[in-house]
Ligand binder design. Structure first.
Ligand SMILES: [Zn+2]
Length: 513
């Protein structure tokens, strides 16, 4: 039995987004728990598809004594405010110092956090922890798929284990894998060699999905190399040779930091084998560069095509509003796609969620059946948009408190209200309004306000990829739409100032100088 400190600090930072992450954003619950510290952490995270939940369960099951630190996350947005970062980092260090003799540390980190005063949020946190606890204690972290994996993170953590799915359905499972690795490091006490590589092109999120090639094949290859069953005959591939674990993070492009982008790290007991496996995997990713591509529609093209397709099927045609994804820093209140649906009179279409606390509260005050006397959406004003004025009838109200049922947010306790379903009387287009920013990735969001997603002819979702986990099985087809949004799909359009020179801004794209 060992004494293991457990905690977490998660933020995915889109440095180009309009809203910053404040302490209040970390403190409050949304679909995930709010800030928790100390003994209450263990119960607070139980049952969520979160890395910390998987790690806690696995470490306790292995008989270890847990020393809870704190855990919190904020919705993806621009920079984490200095005050919020220093508060949380300070508590983690204080609680580690006060936690008595420790044998190991597990941390649930995102990996793409940029603070106002530190561009490598996780690298800086790990540096401080290493300085406090010394080199003897193993520190193992889990990481999001969208980590911008930096040399400092690799240096200061003993090992890091990333998700292997996008949509992320393996979050708790990744925490469990990290816990098992920490247990192994404590038992066998052999030094781990780290082989780190960065990939020299940025990969837009919309083409990072592991349900599709090339990401699907890359992650299959990772599992083959780990198992020692890669039969390609390439160096490092024929048998396992002491490879302990491989993490590949395709990166989070809208982050204006030097170390932005895809990377990988191979952990192994044999230096030569780890280096060879890292070379093999990096080469496999580079070979597939041209494959990270696909069709993007304008809002008008998408609505015309969706209305045509909807006539021949009873299953929903899905429109993914890929740039206004609140899970990547979007405001979830842009209205380009909504306006196109109304203009084409796409009767029966539903778009969700438009995050507009004022309109959701006004709908609640007006009551079901009433007409809303305000426009909806575009309250942040991204891209110069203005709210959509129409004959908005309040069809259904909701508290915003419900439990998710999909592969990603199953078990998550949503607290995003008030919510409302409102319908434009002239066009027959409906909008799901909410008060807090959460990505439209779970069917319960719609059921909560009386919409059965499978029965909607055209369903527009504020999401880039995650929606596929719960919605792809019910869909006729999926069209990806480029409407205004703070998660700009093509990184070549972003005004980077700090990115390292030499990296291509998209697959086969221009080189950043
Ligand atoms: Zn992610």
């Amino acid at each position: 039995m060992a004494r293991i400190a457990v905690g977490g600090f998660q933020h995915e930072t889109n440095t180009f987004a309009p809203q910053r992450a404040t302490w209040a954003d970390f403190e409050r619950a949304d679909a995930w728990p709010g800030f928790v510290r100390g003994a209450e952490l263990i119960d607070a995270v139980e049952g969520f598809n979160l890395p910390i939940a998987g790690a806690v369960k696995t470490l306790a099951g292995l008989g270890h004594e847990l020393v809870p630190l704190c855990w919190c996350s904020a919705p993806p947005s621009s920079y984490g405010e200095r005050d919020a970062y220093e508060k949380v980092a300070g508590w983690i260090l204080d609680d580690l110092a006060a936690g008595g003799p420790l044998d190991g540390i597990y941390l649930d980190l995102h990996g793409a956090m940029v603070a106002e005063h530190h561009e490598d949020g996780e690298g800086e946190l790990l540096r401080r922890i290493r300085a406090l606890v010394g080199d003897r204690i193993p520190i193992v972290t889990s990481l999001d798929y969208h980590t911008n994996l930096t040399p400092e993170m690799v240096r200061y953590a003993s090992a890091m284990i990333g998700y292997r799915t996008y949509p992320h359905i393996d979050m708790a499972a990744t925490g469990s894998r990290a816990a098992q690795l920490l247990d192994r490091l404590l038992k066998d006490r052999r030094p781990l060699y780290k082989a780190y590589r960065q990939i020299d092109f940025l990969i837009p999120l919309v083409w990072q999905c592991t349900l599709m090639e090339p990401a699907k094949g890359i992650f299959a290859l990772i599992e083959d190399i780990e198992r020692g069953s890669d039969k390609s005959g390439a160096p490092g591939g024929s048998h396992n040779q002491g490879i302990v674990s491989i993490t590949h993070t395709p990166g989070f492009p809208p982050a204006d930091i030097a170390q932005c982008g895809a990377a990988l790290v191979v952990y192994g007991h044999d230096r030569g084998a780890a280096e060879a496996a890292a070379d093999r995997l990096a080469a496999a990713i580079r070979e597939r560069e041209a494959g990270f591509a696909g069709k993007l529609y304008t809002p008008d093209e998408a609505v015309i095509e969706a209305m045509r397709l909807a006539q021949g099927t009873t299953k929903p045609v899905l429109l993914a509003d890929v740039q206004d994804n609140p899970g990547a820093g979007g405001t979830s209140d842009t209205v380009g796609l909504l306006r196109a649906l109304i203009a084409r009179r796409a009767k029966g279409a539903v778009i969700g969620m438009i995050v507009d606390p004022a309109a959701a509260e006004a709908a609640t005050a007006a009551g079901e059946g009433a007409l809303l006397d305000c426009g909806i959406g575009a309250k942040i004003g991204y891209a110069g948009e203005v709210p959509v004025e129409a004959q908005w009838r309040v069809v259904r109200l909701g508290s915003g408190m419900f439990t998710g049922s999909g592969p990603m947010y199953g078990g998550a306790k949503f607290r995003i209200g008030p919510m409302a379903l409102v319908t434009d009387e002239a066009s027959g287009v409906s909008v799901v309004l909410a008060a807090k920013r959460i990505q439209a990735v779970d069917q319960e969001i719609f059921r909560h306000v009386g919409v059965e997603p499978a029965q909607v002819p055209i369903l527009a979702l504020k999401s880039t990829v995650h929606f596929r986990g719960h919605f792809q099985p019910i869909a006729e087809t999926i069209l990806c739409v480029q409407s205004p949004g703070a998660h700009v799909t093509d990184p070549a359009e972003l005004p980077y100032r700090h990115l390292r020179p030499g990296i291509r801004l998209r697959p086969l794209g221009p080189v950043h100088e």
